[in-house]
Design a protein around this ligand. Structure first.
Ligand code: ADP
Ligand code: MG
Length: 351
């Protein structure tokens, strides 16, 4: 049992996820010369030799918090667990090479179920060309827990950090936003319908893109290659796991810059727009706070704009400003609204 000598206790909800990480890790000092970047980015960067750096990132997925097995098939879960980790490696502008997989399982899961989970892990390892090189297995008294560590490499000096954005840089996003969150809304709704009427057969066809983005997300393995071909070096980069606003705030905070984000530029799939209307949700709010899109958000120098402007995978959504100007969303009507991190927060009871 945890005993607190002076009887004080602070709820972790007061800090939130990012506050908690800051609080727990602020006193760790880097001692090794090979540690190029420790805590605080999408992944750690470790120098290997004079030419290469190694990238390491780890994530934990917990049943009931990050996934619900009533609509998440285990094969998809295995696939997604890998993809989510690899996305952090791509967000450093690096190539993933290996993963380790650790699980805690209860005897509620037969071997066949774990085979399904591993079939998904295997499929992702094949698609993303990574080797599974280890892990750990232990028992769990409650739900299923999966922790994956991803390792990658990048040429020395080419890693993209959250801290490299400069005033006037353009803010660029790959793909489109909000679909994974709306997919979750659709699946949650169908789960409720199913509880009332177990014979109901959901028609998910109008939501196919949304459901796929939620259940079978892909990481942007194409982007670092694409930027290399276009001869564009991102000044900062992060992946969209928590939602656009929270990721922009990470870049701004780490780079000491402000930002203007233009609402009208945020790329949305037509299914996101129509489903938001159906659920009576504001699509901009969903793009800003939904999360789990696993797209890449990055900044580039203004002079690189002509190189990317015609590319269908990339959308310029704003630009970085002086830190003093703060972080704003410019609405369609031209109103300046302060950007706040309402990113999905696993430590609150809305998980
Ligand atoms: P992401 O959303 O990309 O997974 P996180 O917000 O989880 O990023 O983590 C931010 C940084 O904090 C990363 O460098 C991560 O390795 C580090 N971190 C997160 N949790 C812990 C922890 N419990 N102890 C030490 N470092 C942590
Ligand atoms: Mg994390």
């Amino acid at each position: 049992m945890f005993e607190n000598k002076d009887n004080s206790s602070t709820s972790i909800e007061n800090l939130g996820e990012f506050g908690l990480i800051d609080h727990l890790t602020k006193n760790f000092k880097i001692k090794q010369k090979s540690t190029v970047k420790g805590i605080g980015d999408d992944a750690a960067v470790i120098s290997c030799d004079s030419k290469k750096e190694m990238i390491v990132s780890t994530d934990l997925l917990l049943e009931g918090v990050h996934f619900d097995l009533s609509y998440m098939p285990l094969k998809h879960l295995g696939y997604k667990a890998v993809v989510v980790n690899l996305s952090d490696i791509y967000a450093m502008n690096a190539e993933p090479t290996q993963i380790t997989v650790s699980i805690a399982v209860s005897n509620r899961f037969p071997i066949e179920a774990l085979d399904e989970l591993y079939a998904g892990i295997k499929a992702a390892a094949k698609v993303y060309n990574v080797d599974v090189v280890g892990g750990d297995t232990t028992s769990s008294t409650t739900g299923l827990l999966i922790s994956i560590t991803a390792i990658g490499t990048v040429n020395k000096g080419e890693a993209a950090y959250r801290s490299g954005a400069r005033e006037n840089d353009l803010l660029v996003i790959t793909g489109d936003l909000g679909a994974a969150y709306m997919g979750l809304q659709v699946l949650e709704r169908e789960k409720e319908v199913f509880k009332v009427n177990p014979n109901s057969q959901p028609d998910l066809e109008p939501y196919s893109y949304l459901v796929e983005r939620q259940l079978k997300p892909e990481a942007r393995k194409d982007v670092s290659k694409l930027l290399e071909e276009l001869q564009v070096k991102p000044t900062a980069m992060i992946d969209i796991s928590d939602g656009l606003s929270s990721e922009i705030l990470h870049i701004c905070k780490n780079s000491n810059v402000g930002c203007n984000l233009f609402e009208e530029k945020i790329p949305l799939d037509p299914q996101v727009i129509s489903t938001c209307e159906e659920f009576n949700l504001d699509s901009t709010t969903i793009a800003l706070s939904g999360g789990e899109d696993y797209e890449l958000l990055f900044t580039i120098k203004t002079e690189d704009y002509p190189k990317i402007k015609a590319n269908p995978h990339l959308t310029v959504i704003g630009h970085m400003t002086n830190e003093k100007e703060g972080m704003h969303l410019i609405s369609r009507a031209g109103t300046k609204i302060p950007l706040v991190a309402r990113g999905w927060n696993a430590l609150k009871n809305n998980g």
